[in-house]
Design a protein around this ligand. Structure first.
Ligand SMILES: Cc1cc2nc3c(=O)[nH]c(=O)nc-3n(C[C@H](O)[C@H](O)[C@H](O)COP(=O)(O)OP(=O)(O)OC[C@H]3O[C@@H](n4cnc5c(N)ncnc54)[C@H](O)[C@@H]3O)c2cc1C
Ligand SMILES: Cc1ncc(C[n+]2csc(CCOP(=O)(O)OP(=O)(O)O)c2C)c(N)n1
Ligand SMILES: [Mg+2]
Length: 573
């Protein structure tokens, strides 16, 4: 006879069977039966300080490892606190499962204490969600939810479980087979005809560019992309979320495209005759004005989600499927190519900017974020997992930390969620305990979720936190500088003394004001056992260049004035 279990026990038993070892959560009345059962299962529960933190931790865990991250909360305010983290995961196709307690099924709809229709609230920001009110459905739903979260195009799934379903008992039934869901087709494949058209376009192209997106990492297709690029001599540009999908130091790497991408990348895209979009969704930060985007280029789009085809940019050939599977079929049909004329043209576009060396610029007495980030890159040998927040520092990280490895940059791209970095880094560190994990955050975003420093202290987690403290909500200040006549409404920002704050939490704090102190401080932080919060007091009104104004043509970038104290971007060694 199968074992009898309560719904509460089934929650954990199912997670254990799914291979889950760590969850991030916060208790409350409607989820208390599940918490009571937790003590009997081999799962590490990380007590967060805010449920938003739990969702970002689950997300950071998922992005660092490729496994599904799990977050738990109670009903009502616990569940609604998760909304931002769920939307963040949705926009960036990150696989998380959120389990929330719900009031008893008999009182649903009565405005019971802490009742919120959380499946209603999260319907548009989840890949799928469930309301479970029968104990028999607990285990099969968790199995299905984990499958939905990780399969096809990954995304967040929410399971809302009523208190009575947690308290009732049933026989445990577990069917480990793959789930079959009518209408859910993560296994669609492109036709032979589409392959043939793609092959013709690629073999005939003189000025092709691969646009490597987040799908390269999600598919684990790094080796295949590299093989194709090398075999056909095609340069590779990356989206923000595609960074790490192709080695930064590879000769065919162009760098990041888009609003704050390298000038030569955007110019090359505008002059290309073929774009090969691999697992990317032509976000508006990537295309600029779509009407004038890559006007001379034919376009081949490979994506696992056919709803992305022709959504923002019309394409000539669309190949549905997992990128790795598609490239396995496509690459053998691609001819070796001599594209040296095109590669030389791009080299010319790079011009001088690309060879200036940021490290050798004289110390002007000012501390710039670019130097801080570049030094962290050098001292960590480019091997750290860096988790950024949102703003100017995020863009500087993308420009000055050169990522050669997949999943080594974790950042909120689509939703651009301030407050993401600190909790996501906690999740990343728990997913990869041996990795050196760095947070690069702004003084604004850090303050949104800094309560999670207490989680770090309680869980004895070691990471390093670099706050790029410019005294402003810098990215918004930059927009005000360019587009609102420098009227700095609500962007100057007072902050606590971050190094003292760290000490309050029992962590280590440092303050760095001068460029000469960056290297010794970063070295000291790396050697320190505890988590270190580093307050880098950087130039206040520095600006991220280049910048494509929102909606402008991709090559109509605002460039750094030549009189500016540091270079725009650099191929620094
Ligand atoms: C302040 C700020 C500035 C920004 N500036 C820039 C910028 O300058 N440049 C830039 O690039 N971005 C920028 N972004 C990020 C931007 O908003 C988008 O998040 C980013 O461009 C999306 O990248 P993506 O399309 O590669 O990834 P996602 O949005 O994650 O899309 C991934 C795509 O891959 C597909 N996919 C998933 N799995 C697979 C698989 N197995 N096989 C095939 N396909 C798969 C998905 O269906 C989806 O279409 C900025 C964000 C912020 C907050
Ligand atoms: C939750 C949230 N609120 C508002 C914004 C809008 N926003 C984008 S960047 C930014 C400023 C970030 O300031 P800071 O964290 O200090 O980073 P900096 O740009 O100075 O590096 C703001 C307010 C956002 N992205 N997320
Ligand atoms: Mg700031």
């Amino acid at each position: 006879m199968a074992a009898i279990r309560t719904g509460a026990q089934l929650v954990w038993e199912s997670l254990v069977r799914e291979g889950v070892k760590t969850v991030f959560g916060y208790p409350g009345g409607a989820i208390l039966p599940a918490y009571d059962a937790l003590l009997d299962y081999p799962i590490r529960h990380v007590l967060v300080r805010h449920e938003q933190g739990a969702t970002h931790m689950a997300d950071g865990y998922a992005r660092a490892s490729g496994d599904v991250g799990v977050a738990i909360a109670t009903s009502g305010p616990g569940a609604t606190n998760m909304v931002t983290g769920i939307a963040t995961a949705m926009l960036d196709s990150s696989p998380i499962v959120c389990i929330t307690g719900q009031v008893g099924s008999k009182v649903i709809g009565t405005d019971a204490f802490q009742e919120t229709d959380v499946t209603g609230v999260t319907l548009p920001i989840t890949k799928h969600n469930y309301l479970v009110s029968h104990v028999e459905d607990v285990a099969p739903t968790i199995h299905e939810a984990m499958y939905v979260a990780r399969s096809g195009r990954p995304g967040p799934v929410l399971i809302d479980i009523t208190k009575d379903a947690q308290q009732a008992s049933t026989e445990m039934e577990w069917d480990p087979k793959d789930v079959k869901l009518p209408g859910y087709r993560p296994d669609l494949r492109a036709s032979k005809e589409e392959y043939r058209r793609a092959v013709d376009l690629i073999n005939g192209a003189k000025r092709p560019i691969i646009l490597a997106g987040h799908g390269v990492l999600l598919s684990g297709a790094m080796g295949l992309v590299r093989q194709l690029a090398e075999q056909a001599n095609i340069p590779v540009a990356m989206t923000l979320l595609g960074i790490g999908g192709f080695p930064a130091q590879h000769p065919l790497n162009l760098g990041m495209m888009g609003m704050h991408g390298e000038a030569w990348v955007n110019q090359a895209i505008q002059e290309a005759d073929l774009l090969l979009a691999f697992g990317m969704r032509f976000d508006d930060r990537v295309t600029g004005n779509v009407k004038n985007y890559a006007p001379n280029a034919r376009k081949v789009h490979i994506d696992i989600d056919p709803s992305e085809f022709n959504k923002n940019v019309s394409v000539d050939v669309a190949l549905t499927g997992d990128l790795a599977a598609v490239l396995e079929e496509l690459s053998p049909l691609i001819n070796a190519g001599d594209r040296n004329v095109w590669l030389d043209t791009i080299k010319e576009m790079k011009g001088e900017v690309a060879v200036r060396d940021i490290q050798n610029l004289p110390d002007s007495g000012h501390l710039y974020a670019a130097h801080v980030i570049n030094d962290i890159w050098r001292l960590t040998n480019g091997k750290a997992v860096v988790v950024t927040d949102v703003g100017q520092h995020q863009m500087w990280e993308a420009q000055y930390y050169h990522h050669d490895e997949p999943r080594s940059l974790i950042t909120s791209g689509g939703l651009g969620t301030m407050g993401f970095a600190l909790p996501a880094a906690i999740g990343a560190k728990l997913a990869k305990p041996d990795a050196e994990v760095w947070v690069v955050a702004g003084d604004g975003g850090f303050q949104m979720t800094m309560a999670e420093l207490a989680t770090i202290a309680q869980e004895k987690i070691k990471i390093n936190i670099a706050i790029i403290n410019n005294g402003y909500l810098g990215m918004v200040r930059q927009w005000q500088e360019f587009f609102y006549e420098r009227r700095y409404a609500a962007t100057p920002l007072l902050s606590p003394d971050f190094s003292k704050l760290a000490e309050c939490f029992g962590l280590k704090g440092m303050q760095v004001d001068a460029r000469k102190d960056v290297v010794p401080s970063v070295e000291a932080a790396r050697a320190e056992e505890k988590t270190v919060v580093m307050d880098f007091r950087v130039e206040q009104e520095d600006t991220v260049y280049p910048m494509v104004p929102a909606g402008a043509d991709l090559d109509k970038m605002i460039r750094r004035p030549s009189s500016a104290p540091i270079v725009e971007t650099a191929d620094d060694k």
